[in-house]
Design a protein around this ligand. Structure first.
Ligand SMILES: [Zn+2]
Ligand SMILES: [Zn+2]
Length: 145
């Protein structure tokens, strides 16, 4: 697979115990769909108020999905000030350098706020291992249409 931005070959890299495809040039990372779905499900668990802060819009980028070459769509959570791009054909998500760390930091903050006991990195790993259920993209689409 090629980097959507640099067109160089992605290489397998372990980030926070998860193997992702990363670009050696721009350090962006490709997460397959299920790897972020469960994380997003966690993010949606904060209650109805947080759910309402999802920005209901996505902007096409000039970046191409490494799997099908469709233009990636960029979207953001206003609540988290975090942007990422996704493939409309549900192949996955493109995170820029260190955005996965930002996701972890956000989860750590939630961890603190909610005083949960599990260590956050174990949660991250467990989250990504879990079977996929409802996908973020499906919910995103409901809001877009
Ligand atoms: Zn790149
Ligand atoms: Zn795709």
């Amino acid at each position: 697979m090629k980097c959507p931005r640099c067109n160089v070959d992605l290489v397998s890299t372990v980030r926070h115990r998860i193997t992702v495809q990363a670009c050696p040039a721009c350090k962006g990372m490709w997460f397959e769909r299920q790897e972020l779905d469960e994380l997003e499900n966690e993010a949606f668990d904060f209650g109805e108020h947080a759910k309402g802060t999802l920005v209901p819009s996505a902007t096409p980028t000039s970046w191409k999905c490494p799997q099908c070459a469709a233009a990636l769509q960029r979207f953001a959570y206003r609540f988290y000030d975090l942007e990422m791009a996704f493939c409309e054909n549900q192949h996955g998500y493109w995170l820029e350098h260190d955005e996965d760390t930002r996701v972890l930091e956000l989860m750590r903050q939630e961890e603190k706020d909610m005083q949960r006991k599990l260590r956050v990195e174990d949660r991250w790993a467990a989250t990504l291992r879990r079977m996929r259920s409802g996908s973020l993209l499906e919910r995103l689409r409901e809001r877009l249409h």
